[in-house]
Design a protein around this ligand. Structure first.
Ligand SMILES: [Zn+2]
Ligand SMILES: [Zn+2]
Length: 362
């Protein structure tokens, strides 16, 4: 079967790979749709350090084809969304209501027992988040799938696996945006647009989109931004403050992960406000805050992993918001690709042409 593999840094190819049957506590999924997420790109260029060669893909939905021994939560034929953070329900974090921090599957690209289920010419491949779902089929931990309603649109469901959940969750669950508040979102790719939608659902009064690309700012307006700031025209934090009576926003969101942008986002947040960092930065980089102002301005800085969601609880809610027209996920899918076109999908992402590109399987 075909899989999209990062064989070495900056090299993405479609390969014919071999897949083992599911072992204890694992399931085989026939993929229906897989989103092309910026974190996949980050794995290919070393920003996110993952072992190579690696099967890409961590944002997907499909049908359970086979279950291994001991699997209770799903059965063949079920429609599922893959979750790149497992959901064991039983670990230190899960029992404290922090399911988004569950570490029941280590982030090594291997299955829970430390071995691999997918191979290229007999050689083990790692799988992104133990999923590797940019492939026709994937064997994954059963605790990394969430059963959802059977008739959900697979490509919409796929987006819920990462970008949408991360962005909408950042607004609704990490920052808990209040009705009538002001919001600035730095970076208007798939995640940033989802933050904008989340802020809109939360009833934010003013949503300021910040990006360098005019086409992304146009998309931001379509998804709920009330104001736009082109970051290439002067200091964006100053522009955001100008738009908020000189104060800054109640809630700033970084959806880029670049230190200079995180610092801008913090400066664009008002005294006493909340800055939420959603963007995934480089492991080698650090962010600087003024040591005096950090205390005096009384701001809160939140790290946001997976929108602070509990996948089992929140995936169905996100589907419902979508079906009732409160979230527009279909509108975020600007291009669909076959698996053979995956390298092009990554080129398009680098060029910023898509809100979200999705690989759709037959
Ligand atoms: Zn992702
Ligand atoms: Zn857990």
């Amino acid at each position: 079967m075909k899989a999209v593999v990062c064989t070495e840094l900056n090299k993405i190819t479609v390969e014919d790979v071999e897949l083992d049957p599911p072992k204890q506590g694992e399931v085989k999924i026939k993929m229906a749709a897989t989103g092309v997420c910026h974190s996949d790109l980050s794995a290919t260029n070393g920003t996110i350090p993952l072992p190579l060669p690696l099967v890409l893909g961590h944002e997907g939905a499909g049908i359970v084809a086979e279950v291994g021994p001991g699997v209770q939560n799903v059965q063949p034929g079920d429609m599922v969304i893959l979750t790149f953070v497992p959901n064991c329900g039983d670990c230190f974090h899960c029992i404290r209501g922090e399911a988004h921090l569950c570490r029941a599957v280590p982030p090594t690209g291997r299955q829970a027992d430390g071995t691999s289920r997918v191979h290229l010419k007999g050689k083990d491949l790692a799988a992104f988040s133990a999923l590797g779902c940019m492939a026709e089929e994937a064997v994954v931990p059963a605790i990394s799938v969430v059963k959802v309603k059977q008739d959900v649109s697979p490509r919409v469901a796929a987006l819920i696996g990462c970008g949408v959940t991360t962005g909408v969750g950042a607004a609704l669950k990490t920052a808990r945006v209040k009705p009538g508040s002001s919001v600035a979102v730095f970076g208007c790719g798939g995640v940033g647009l989802s933050v904008i939608q989340g802020a809109r659902v939360a009833g934010a009064d003013q949503i300021i989109a910040v990006d360098l690309a005019p086409n992304k700012l146009e998309m931001a307006i379509k998804f709920g931004a009330t104001d736009t700031v082109n970051g290439s025209e002067g200091e964006p934090a100053a522009k955001v403050r100008e738009l908020t009576s000189g104060r800054g926003v109640d809630y700033g969101f970084d959806a880029i992960g670049v230190p200079a942008v995180i610092e801008q986002c913090y400066r664009a947040t008002r005294r006493g406000g909340t800055t939420t960092v959603v963007g995934v930065g480089k492991v080698t980089e650090s962010v600087q805050f003024n040591a005096l102002l950090l205390a005096l301005e009384g701001k809160t800085i939140h790290g946001c992993n997976y929108g602070s969601v509990n996948p089992r609880e929140d995936f169905p809610k996100l589907i419902s918001l979508c079906e009732r027209g409160k979230l527009d996920l279909e509108g975020m899918i600007t291009t669909t690709y076959t698996i053979d076109d995956a390298p092009q999908a990554f080129e398009d992402m680098k060029n910023g042409t898509n809100a979200r590109g999705v690989i759709v399987f037959d």
